[in-house]
Design a protein around this ligand. Structure first.
Ligand code: SF4
Length: 315
């Protein structure tokens, strides 16, 4: 029996990435020959980056940006992840024009973090962010607190920080999450901190909640969290899942793990070239899906390649 293949209708770029790419393309089309520099990859997907680079978008790293001198006549694109205030100051000092493509959801989160930081400085509290150390969005969020927020990557790190005093159970705290993290992991971290803080003060969970000493903010992007449930169902409904994402996509890692948790035959690829015939058995229903940074056209190419895949004779 031949393979059947279906593309997850909810996979593909999120609104923030779509908006940034459209803005870059419209700038390049309107001003041919312009010098448009993206500070960091506009999307964590090598194939899409190649497509945009052919249109004239130049991706530069932080070191390259720091080394640049007077940049009059050049435009710096701030990608959907956002940047800390120091980047805007540095760009202005070099006379860059700025094309700010920070996702509105991230901009709002930066604002909420600035407000919380101001509150916490008054009551001696601490601000925690669940996110990946060094991730561009996290650096932008951290910059709203002058580097004063504590980044927590996972439960192990939370315990470590409590142990070494990086998190003080006796002080008020506010907790935020990077927009692309898993809601379940964030809920588990918040619950862990809540019980540790309540125990430290000898309070019941109810007394502790009433005290307002820990404020948890729902800051995971709705486009990401709604995708999780749908993706779980999609992965469970197919025999094999081909998960397509760039190697450095943080959201890609989260969603790949999620697919794998419900379907052990989940395979990660970044392009159709990565497909291996031995992954398939006769008559398999193959599902193709990806991260918020995976373009639809790439999912379509993968699906087309599956249609022509030859299943090994002994399967
Ligand atoms: S995942 Fe959500 S918050 Fe992040 S860029 Fe996309 S739309 Fe914006």
């Amino acid at each position: 029996m031949p393979l059947t293949v279906e593309i997850d209708p909810h996979s593909g770029f999120c609104g923030g990435v779509t908006r940034a790419i459209e803005k870059a393309e419209s700038l390049l089309a309107a001003r041919p020959g312009m010098h448009l520099y993206s500070l960091g990859a506009i999307v964590h997907n090598e194939a899409e980056l190649e497509r945009l680079s052919a249109k004239g978008l130049v991706t530069i790293g932080r070191d390259e940006f720091d080394a640049m001198g007077d940049s009059s006549g050049k435009t710096l694109l701030i990608r959907a992840h956002g940047e800390p205030p120091a980047t805007y100051a540095e760009a202005a000092s070099k006379s860059f024009e700025i094309a700010d493509c920070t996702c509105p959801v991230v901009l709002r989160l930066q604002e909420r973090i600035r407000e919380a930081w101001a509150r916490l400085r008054e009551n001696g509290g601490q601000l925690l962010i669940f996110g990946k150390i060094g991730h561009a969005e996290v650096l932008g969020l951290l910059g709203q607190t002058d580097g004063g927020a504590v980044i927590v990557e996972n439960g192990e790190m939370l315990e470590e920080l409590i142990g070494n005093g990086g998190i003080d159970l006796g002080r008020p705290a506010e907790f935020f999450s990077q927009t692309t993290k898993s809601s379940e992991e964030y809920a588990a971290l918040c619950a862990g901190l809540r019980s540790r803080m309540a125990a430290f003060r000898g309070m019941t969970p109810e007394e502790f909640d009433a005290s307002g000493l820990l404020r948890v903010h729902d800051s995971i992007c709705a486009q990401v969290s709604s995708r999780h449930e749908r993706l779980r169902a999609f992965a469970a409904a197919h025999d094999v899942i081909l998960f397509v994402s760039g190697r450095s996509s943080s959201n890609g890692k989260v969603l790949y793990d999620l697919c794998r948790s419900v379907n052990a035959r989940t395979c990660h690829i970044s392009s159709p070239d990565g497909i291996r015939p031995e992954w398939f058995r006769d008559g398999d229903r193959v599902g193709v899906c990806g991260a918020t940074s995976t373009p639809k056209w790439l999912l379509e190419r993968v699906a087309d390649a599956v249609k022509f895949a030859t299943v090994p004779a002994n399967s």
